[in-house]
Write a protein that binds this ligand. Structure first.
Ligand code: HEC
Length: 121
């Protein structure tokens, strides 16, 4: 009984360590462009038109703004705000720091498609 409990505890510790390591180091790569759904493809087109002058999408390297690879796979945005649709939508609509507001150049539907694309990164 005691031995079983020890093994279970070791196993749990290993699982936990694995999970933590994965969270810190290996963010999975963006979904390949040729596998995007039609909605995600349309979001990609919005990204190219409205965001790509200032942001890399498929790497985390900064351009004018931070690289957006893994945006929704990390718990926090570069500013420290939680990485969720609402915060990203607000950033696009209202701008942030040196990022000009982009909302008025896009319809709601285009912004929705863009968010779908950002979720593939
Ligand atoms: C003219 C350059 C420019 C354009 C165009 C631009 N951004 Fe940004 N973006 C920035 C800069 C600069 C920052 C850093 C702002 C700060 O935190 O001070 C930023 C920050 C961000 C952040 C991080 C926000 C946070 O809370 O950390 C997201 C997400 C983002 N931009 C998404 C987008 C998307 C999506 C588009 C296209 C619709 C876009 N940006 C267009 C310059 C730009």
């Amino acid at each position: 009984m005691l031995r079983w409990a020890c093994r279970a505890a070791t196993c749990a510790a290993l699982l936990l360590a694995g999970g933590v390591l994965q969270g810190c180091h290996s963010i999975p790569p963006p979904k390949p462009l040729d596998q995007l759904t039609p909605v995600e493809q349309s979001g990609h087109a919005e990204f190219v038109q409205h965001c790509s002058t200032c942001h890399h999408d498929r790497t985390a390297d900064p351009l004018n703004g931070p690289g957006l690879a893994g945006l929704f796979k990390k718990p926090y945005l570069p500013s420290g705000a939680p990485a969720n649709d609402e915060r990203v939508r607000n950033t696009v609509i209202h701008g942030r720091g040196n990022m000009p507001p982009q909302g008025y150049t896009m319809t709601d539907a285009e912004l929705n498609d863009l968010l779908h694309y950002l979720h593939t990164l």
